[in-house]
Design a protein around this ligand. Structure first.
Ligand SMILES: *Cc1c(COP(=O)(O)O)cnc(C)c1O
Length: 394
């Protein structure tokens, strides 16, 4: 038996910003018998899934579902539309924007990075004017794509993607718009078609309430056209084999059959609750989380009130406290997992995830764990954040 099964009494409070807790209904579906992925039942499931997932991305165009982590889907977006030596424009919002840039570097793409000193860029959303300015200078149209992160999971900041689209259009620039919506999808508002996004990259283990293991590329006609001339080497990630097999509900290789059972349930649950209601629930939970942090007298990492994330909230600690030591104490005492400070925020901040299958009482439990943990750790708190959060949720 896995040690996890005898871990502690009660259940584990998983409040990292992904993987998020997987509802029992999804876990049950994943345990169904694995079927013949070339048989008739699979084709039916495939067609239903490929149609259902479009509603979550709000698109009429194909969505490719890969077995693989979201990092693979990042790579897929780049290799399917770009050629060796192409330039892309990326923007520092936090650790995930940096990791995507490093991946582009490794592929031999010239990744220009709009960056900021210290943690300045990690506390606010994308300033689309900087993108417009840079694109206006690029009269030769050497920049082939603008790549940005929608919800920066490392900071709890959600950027305005329509503003990035408008910046590209205002500059009259033909660059593709590639967006990482790995953590934002299904917890923060997202509209692939209406926002004019060419490729949306996502993953299964965040807002979709699934275990890790699936990656997504939502496409646009312009992305499909770019695919025809893209010269970067690609084999496993090549869209064309997927698009062909998917027409009849199948995959070119063995799909992650059991994860697809889970995805079927996840889509059903999200559309059953109503996507708008799901998004409103996350806004409410995020507001309660921020009220708690303010009541404690601590700093919310995101300084731009228009960019507060409905997915996760970062808590910046006074410099003399080590956030990772605090997280360790909270995990040991209360069986609660919180997100670590990544990259430039290592030891400075912790993150509370309130994405996916989160409700009022699960959030309040997490906030209680934070409050008791911080008190035990010796961090002076102004007032009870739990009580303040209850005021919002009541
Ligand atoms: C989690 C995450 C990723 C990476 O996903 P993996 O499944 O770990 O590859 C990328 N971008 C963002 C914004 C994320 O939250």
């Amino acid at each position: 038996m896995l040690k996890l099964d005898s871990h502690a009494s009660g259940h584990h409070f998983l409040h990292i910003p992904g993987p998020s807790p997987v509802p029992a209904r999804i876990l049950r579906a994943i345990s169904y018998q694995t079927i013949d992925h070339r048989g008739p039942e699979f084709g039916e499931l495939g067609l239903k899934l490929l149609a259902g997932i479009k509603k979550i991305f709000k698109t009429e165009h194909p969505v490719i579902i890969y077995p693989g982590s979201a990092t693979g889907a990042w790579e897929a977006a780049l290799v399917n539309t770009l050629s060796p030596g192409d330039t892309v424009l990326m923007y520092e919002t936090g650790q995930f924007s940096l990791l995507w840039k490093r991946l582009a570097d490794k592929l031999g793409i010239q990744a220009e990075y709009i960056e900021f000193p210290g943690i300045e860029g990690w506390r606010k959303g994308i300033d689309a004017r900087l993108i417009e300015e840079r694109l206006r200078q690029d009269s030769a149209h050497r920049i082939k794509a603008v790549c940005v992160v929608h919800n920066e999971t490392s900071t709890g900041v959600t950027s305005n993607i329509p503003a990035v689209r408008q910046a590209i259009d205002a500059a009259g620039h033909p660059a593709l718009l590639l967006v990482d919506a790995v953590s934002g999808l299904a917890s923060a508002d997202y509209c692939h078609d209406a926002w004019g996004v060419d490729i949306t990259v996502s993953g299964s283990q965040k807002g979709l309430m699934m275990p890790p293991g699936l990656g997504f590329n939502a496409l646009s006609p312009k992305a499909l056209a770019a695919n025809k001339t893209a010269k970067l080497p690609k084999a496993f990630w090549a869209w064309d084999d997927y698009l062909l097999s998917n027409q009849t509900g199948y995959w070119p290789t063995t799909p992650a059959t059991n994860l697809l059972y889970g995805l079927h349930e996840a889509i059903d649950m999200i559309l059953g609750e109503g996507l708008d209601k799901v998004l409103a629930r996350h806004q409410r939970l995020a507001a309660a989380c921020r009220a708690a942090i303010e009541a404690w007298g601590l700093e919310i990492l995101c300084q731009d009130t228009a960019c507060y994330s409905p997915v996760s909230t970062g808590v910046l600690l006074p410099e003399k406290y080590d956030a990772d030591e605090l997280r360790k104490l909270i995990h040991q005492r209360y069986n609660l997992s919180l997100g670590t400070g990544l990259g430039k925020l290592k030891g400075r901040a912790y993150r509370i995830g309130h994405l996916g299958d989160c409700n009022e009482l699960s959030l309040l439990a997490a906030l209680s764990g934070c409050e008791m943990g911080m008190t035990a750790f010796g961090i002076p708190l102004k007032a009870s954040g739990v009580v303040a959060a209850q005021e919002i949720l009541r």
